[in-house]
Design a protein around this ligand. Structure first.
Ligand code: SF4
Length: 391
């Protein structure tokens, strides 16, 4: 089997067209110190009117989110974009894979713009297509590929979604991972799932919701021959988890959680399923970003919470509920650095360019990748409770 070396590129320096790594912003950005940035963004948006639809992911900065027409997680935003076929331009304040999904789910006439191309996702970058294809070849050589159903988290590049589409697999979100896995296990006799790219969401869902044991979940290391697994481990596995993780949610630790609980016995802990298994099993509640928002909105006044998700969102939740005690589940400040690449200067630059008739930083998925990725997305949309999308 071949392995692919993936050295980290510093953000904004260097390019790697085969992955989502950062590239330089090609335009003249207004300086961040320009006091008229808010006014400029407002004016540009007003001039564009209904022609532009601005999407803001929950993890975006306040300075950006104030200009979002809708906010949500990646899947909700892609659905929101598809529900606005009249909008010529979709400005996606989020990261690269989200803009790709929006392009796949919107019409060909709509153009999706990512204000800073350096806004990638470290988790999505952990599964490059060449690595996944090499893993598939190794699973074939091990005699198990015919039993394997690939399932990829929404947080993956379009070509990984396309890989799942052409190999009988499906896309899932953090809200429907359980349903997607049950569907996958029903597809083949003695089915195994190759779960991409987040090992934690895969493990947490398989163990806590489907009842598999930790021993039935093995981790595929793309940098080692045969994923670093023996034939016995591959044969005995039900879940083959790609060795990927979110650099934000992977930081939360059981030590900090235990420490906060010891200090406050009334504390309720709520975390995202991208957190490590040891953290999730100690938490009171686990769920998607939308779930976390709903729980905090509905929380009894005076209750105490520690939240394990991205800091921009936790701060906004704390601001929205001053009657609750809300703390962040990490000792250190921990933003998603790539989400934070989208700032007001980039948003102003993207919007003003559109006013001038110039589409900058367009994200366009090629036709073949789009068609195959759509197969996997449509399988997800057909799952019970996932909901339809137009576009
Ligand atoms: S929070 Fe994690 S999964 Fe989301 S964009 Fe950032 S690195 Fe990727």
């Amino acid at each position: 089997m071949t392995t692919v070396d993936l050295p980290l590129l510093p953000l904004g320096r260097g390019t790697d067209p085969d992955t989502e790594r950062g590239v330089e912003c090609p335009g003249d950005l207004p300086p961040a110190s320009d006091p008229s940035l808010v006014e400029r963004a407002r004016a540009a948006k007003e001039k564009l009117g209904e022609r532009v639809f601005v999407l803001g992911h929950h993890y975006q900065r306040d300075e950006v989110i104030q200009f979002a027409d809708v906010t949500g997680d990646s899947f909700k935003l892609a659905k929101d974009a598809a529900a606005r076929p009249d909008a010529e331009y979709i400005v996606f304040c989020g990261v690269h894979f989200m803009a790709e999904s929006a392009d796949i789910l919107t019409t060909d006439a709509q153009q999706v713009v990512l204000p800073d191309l350096a806004a990638g996702c470290s988790m999505a970058d952990m599964a490059a297509l060449s690595q996944v294809e090499a893993a598939w070849d190794a699973l074939s050589a091990a005699g198990v590929a015919e039993h394997v159903v690939p399932v990829t988290y929404m947080n993956s590049s379009a070509d990984i979604k396309a890989f799942c589409g052409r190999n009988g697999g499906v896309v899932c979100t953090s809200s429907n991972a359980e349903t997607a896995l049950r569907w996958a296990f029903d597809q083949k006799d003695d089915a195994k799932v190759l779960f991409l790219p987040d090992q934690h969401l895969g493990r947490n869902t398989a163990v806590l919701q489907l009842g598999y044991s930790l021993d039935e979940c093995v981790v595929w290391n793309p940098h080692r021959p045969n994923g670093g697994l023996t034939q016995e481990q591959i044969d005995g596995a039900r879940m083959i988890l790609w060795q990927g993780h979110c650099s934000v949610h992977g930081r939360f630790s059981e030590d900090v959680l235990d420490e906060l609980r010891a200090k406050d016995p009334d504390l309720k802990v709520i975390v995202h399923p991208e957190c490590k298994h040891e953290v999730v099993t100690r938490a009171d509640m686990v769920g998607s970003t939308e779930f976390i928002i709903k729980v905090i909105e509905d929380a009894e006044p005076g209750t105490h919470w520690a939240i394990g998700t991205e800091l921009n969102l936790v701060k906004r939740l704390a601001d929205s509920r001053p009657d609750l005690s809300i703390s962040f589940l990490d000792r250190n400040v921990c933003y998603c650095s790539t989400m934070n690449r989208i700032d007001l200067p980039h948003l102003v630059w993207a919007l003003e360019s559109l006013v001038d008739g110039v589409v900058v930083n367009r994200i366009e998925v090629d036709d073949r990748t789009e068609a195959e990725a759509k197969v996997a997305l449509d399988r997800m949309l057909a799952l019970p409770g996932t909901g339809a999308v137009r576009g």
